[in-house]
Write a protein that binds this ligand. Sequence first.
Ligand SMILES: [Zn+2]
Length: 203
Amino acid sequence: MIFVSTRSKLLKSEVIYDQCPNCRKYNCVRILIYQLYGCIFWIPFIPSNKIGLSECSNCGQSLKLHQMPESFRQNYDNLKRHTHAPIWNFTGLFIAAILAFVFVIAFAQNEKKMTGFILAPQKNDVYELNLKDDVYTLYKIKKIVSDTIYFWPSKFQTDQASGLSDIADKGDKGFDESITVGFPKVKLLEMHKTGAIIAVDRK
Ligand SMILES: [Zn+2]
Protein backbone atom coordinates (compact mmCIF):
# COMPACT_ATOMS: atom_id res chain seq x y z
CA MET A 1 0.00 0.00 0.00
CA ILE A 2 1.33 3.45 -0.91
CA PHE A 3 1.22 5.80 2.07
CA VAL A 4 0.68 9.44 1.04
CA SER A 5 0.74 12.35 3.49
CA THR A 6 1.12 16.14 3.60
CA ARG A 7 3.61 17.82 5.93
CA SER A 8 4.67 21.36 6.64
CA LYS A 9 7.95 23.09 7.38
CA LEU A 10 8.62 26.64 8.56
CA LEU A 11 10.42 28.39 5.70
CA LYS A 12 10.77 31.94 6.92
CA SER A 13 9.68 34.26 9.73
CA GLU A 14 10.06 37.97 10.18
CA VAL A 15 9.03 40.48 12.88
CA ILE A 16 7.07 43.39 11.46
CA TYR A 17 6.63 46.89 12.88
CA ASP A 18 2.84 46.98 12.47
CA GLN A 19 0.52 47.23 15.46
CA CYS A 20 -1.01 44.05 16.89
CA PRO A 21 -4.84 44.33 16.44
CA ASN A 22 -5.36 42.70 19.85
CA CYS A 23 -2.85 44.22 22.34
CA ARG A 24 -2.10 47.33 20.25
CA LYS A 25 1.63 46.94 20.74
CA TYR A 26 4.08 47.64 17.92
CA ASN A 27 7.06 45.60 16.76
CA CYS A 28 5.98 42.32 18.34
CA VAL A 29 4.11 40.53 15.54
CA ARG A 30 5.95 37.85 13.62
CA ILE A 31 4.84 36.71 10.15
CA LEU A 32 5.55 33.04 9.45
CA ILE A 33 5.56 31.22 6.14
CA TYR A 34 5.13 27.46 6.05
CA GLN A 35 5.72 25.26 3.03
CA LEU A 36 3.36 22.31 2.59
CA TYR A 37 4.78 19.30 0.77
CA GLY A 38 3.50 15.91 -0.23
CA CYS A 39 5.24 12.75 0.99
CA ILE A 40 5.16 9.21 -0.28
CA PHE A 41 6.36 6.77 2.39
CA TRP A 42 7.80 9.73 4.39
CA ILE A 43 9.95 10.80 1.42
CA PRO A 44 9.26 14.44 0.42
CA PHE A 45 7.95 14.20 -3.13
CA ILE A 46 6.72 17.57 -4.32
CA PRO A 47 6.04 20.98 -2.73
CA SER A 48 2.45 22.17 -2.49
CA ASN A 49 1.00 25.50 -1.23
CA LYS A 50 2.56 27.94 1.19
CA ILE A 51 0.54 29.00 4.21
CA GLY A 52 0.92 32.12 6.34
CA LEU A 53 0.41 32.85 10.03
CA SER A 54 0.99 35.82 12.29
CA GLU A 55 1.92 35.51 15.95
CA CYS A 56 2.14 38.23 18.54
CA SER A 57 4.92 37.67 21.07
CA ASN A 58 3.21 40.03 23.53
CA CYS A 59 -0.38 38.76 23.72
CA GLY A 60 0.04 35.43 21.91
CA GLN A 61 -2.68 36.11 19.31
CA SER A 62 -2.27 33.95 16.25
CA LEU A 63 -4.00 34.78 12.96
CA LYS A 64 -4.39 32.80 9.78
CA LEU A 65 -3.91 34.58 6.46
CA HIS A 66 -7.61 35.29 5.89
CA GLN A 67 -7.92 36.73 9.42
CA MET A 68 -4.97 39.13 9.09
CA PRO A 69 -5.42 42.88 8.65
CA GLU A 70 -4.46 44.22 5.21
CA SER A 71 -1.04 45.53 6.36
CA PHE A 72 -0.06 42.09 7.71
CA ARG A 73 -1.09 40.50 4.44
CA GLN A 74 1.07 42.91 2.46
CA ASN A 75 4.02 41.95 4.66
CA TYR A 76 3.20 38.29 4.10
CA ASP A 77 3.03 38.76 0.31
CA ASN A 78 6.39 40.55 0.33
CA LEU A 79 8.04 37.84 2.39
CA LYS A 80 6.46 35.10 0.27
CA ARG A 81 7.79 36.64 -2.93
CA HIS A 82 11.34 36.03 -1.69
CA THR A 83 10.70 32.55 -0.33
CA HIS A 84 11.03 29.46 -2.49
CA ALA A 85 10.36 25.81 -1.83
CA PRO A 86 13.59 24.11 -0.72
CA ILE A 87 15.13 21.68 -3.16
CA TRP A 88 14.77 18.73 -0.76
CA ASN A 89 10.99 19.02 -1.24
CA PHE A 90 11.61 17.39 -4.64
CA THR A 91 13.62 14.42 -3.26
CA GLY A 92 11.01 11.82 -4.28
CA LEU A 93 10.66 13.35 -7.73
CA PHE A 94 14.45 13.14 -8.24
CA ILE A 95 14.49 9.52 -7.07
CA ALA A 96 11.60 8.68 -9.44
CA ALA A 97 13.41 10.39 -12.35
CA ILE A 98 16.64 8.45 -11.63
CA LEU A 99 14.72 5.15 -11.37
CA ALA A 100 12.93 5.90 -14.66
CA PHE A 101 16.26 6.67 -16.31
CA VAL A 102 17.84 3.43 -14.99
CA PHE A 103 14.77 1.48 -16.14
CA VAL A 104 14.92 2.99 -19.66
CA ILE A 105 18.66 2.22 -19.96
CA ALA A 106 18.20 -1.36 -18.69
CA PHE A 107 15.27 -1.88 -21.06
CA ALA A 108 17.27 -0.58 -24.05
CA GLN A 109 20.24 -2.81 -23.16
CA ASN A 110 18.00 -5.85 -22.84
CA GLU A 111 16.37 -5.09 -26.19
CA LYS A 112 19.80 -4.85 -27.82
CA LYS A 113 20.91 -8.12 -26.21
CA MET A 114 17.77 -10.01 -27.31
CA THR A 115 17.97 -8.71 -30.88
CA GLY A 116 21.63 -9.79 -30.90
CA PHE A 117 20.69 -13.31 -29.76
CA ILE A 118 18.04 -13.60 -32.48
CA LEU A 119 20.36 -12.34 -35.23
CA ALA A 120 23.29 -14.52 -34.11
CA PRO A 121 21.54 -17.64 -32.75
CA GLN A 122 23.34 -20.50 -31.00
CA LYS A 123 22.26 -24.09 -30.53
CA ASN A 124 20.50 -24.61 -27.18
CA ASP A 125 19.36 -20.97 -26.82
CA VAL A 126 16.03 -21.12 -25.00
CA TYR A 127 13.21 -18.79 -26.07
CA GLU A 128 10.47 -17.78 -23.64
CA LEU A 129 7.30 -17.48 -25.70
CA ASN A 130 3.83 -16.06 -25.24
CA LEU A 131 2.07 -18.03 -27.99
CA LYS A 132 -1.36 -16.47 -27.37
CA ASP A 133 -3.41 -15.13 -24.45
CA ASP A 134 -2.50 -17.04 -21.30
CA VAL A 135 -0.35 -19.60 -23.15
CA TYR A 136 3.35 -19.50 -22.33
CA THR A 137 6.02 -22.04 -23.19
CA LEU A 138 9.71 -22.55 -24.03
CA TYR A 139 11.39 -23.38 -27.34
CA LYS A 140 15.00 -24.57 -27.56
CA ILE A 141 17.17 -24.16 -30.65
CA LYS A 142 17.90 -27.52 -32.27
CA LYS A 143 19.77 -26.27 -35.32
CA ILE A 144 20.36 -23.27 -37.52
CA VAL A 145 20.20 -23.59 -41.28
CA SER A 146 21.03 -20.37 -43.09
CA ASP A 147 18.44 -17.78 -41.96
CA THR A 148 16.04 -20.30 -40.52
CA ILE A 149 16.13 -21.40 -36.89
CA TYR A 150 14.67 -24.77 -35.87
CA PHE A 151 13.38 -25.37 -32.37
CA TRP A 152 12.28 -28.18 -30.11
CA PRO A 153 9.13 -27.01 -28.33
CA SER A 154 8.61 -27.75 -24.67
CA LYS A 155 6.19 -30.51 -23.76
CA PHE A 156 4.68 -28.13 -21.22
CA GLN A 157 2.70 -24.89 -21.27
CA THR A 158 1.65 -22.51 -18.52
CA ASP A 159 -0.97 -19.77 -18.24
CA GLN A 160 1.39 -17.23 -16.64
CA ALA A 161 4.83 -15.92 -17.61
CA SER A 162 5.95 -16.52 -14.02
CA GLY A 163 5.31 -20.25 -14.55
CA LEU A 164 8.04 -20.48 -17.22
CA SER A 165 10.76 -21.00 -14.59
CA ASP A 166 9.01 -24.22 -13.50
CA ILE A 167 9.12 -25.45 -17.11
CA ALA A 168 12.80 -24.45 -17.39
CA ASP A 169 13.52 -26.47 -14.22
CA LYS A 170 12.52 -29.64 -16.11
CA GLY A 171 15.72 -29.25 -18.16
CA ASP A 172 16.41 -30.98 -21.47
CA LYS A 173 13.83 -33.68 -20.73
CA GLY A 174 11.12 -31.02 -20.88
CA PHE A 175 11.58 -30.52 -24.65
CA ASP A 176 9.79 -32.67 -27.20
CA GLU A 177 12.57 -33.80 -29.54
CA SER A 178 10.09 -35.56 -31.83
CA ILE A 179 8.75 -32.22 -33.05
CA THR A 180 10.71 -29.55 -34.95
CA VAL A 181 9.38 -26.04 -35.52
CA GLY A 182 11.20 -23.65 -37.87
CA PHE A 183 11.09 -19.85 -38.07
CA PRO A 184 13.01 -17.45 -40.32
CA LYS A 185 14.97 -14.84 -38.35
CA VAL A 186 12.76 -12.09 -39.78
CA LYS A 187 9.72 -13.76 -38.28
CA LEU A 188 11.47 -14.10 -34.90
CA LEU A 189 12.38 -10.39 -34.91
CA GLU A 190 8.75 -9.59 -35.62
CA MET A 191 7.64 -11.91 -32.79
CA HIS A 192 10.03 -10.12 -30.47
CA LYS A 193 8.57 -6.76 -31.54
CA THR A 194 4.99 -7.90 -30.86
CA GLY A 195 5.94 -9.36 -27.48
CA ALA A 196 5.48 -13.01 -28.46
CA ILE A 197 9.14 -13.59 -27.58
CA ILE A 198 9.54 -12.50 -23.98
CA ALA A 199 13.19 -13.45 -23.48
CA VAL A 200 16.06 -15.43 -24.92
CA ASP A 201 18.21 -17.33 -22.44
CA ARG A 202 21.72 -18.37 -23.35
CA LYS A 203 23.94 -20.42 -21.06
ZN1 LIG B 1 -0.58 41.27 20.55
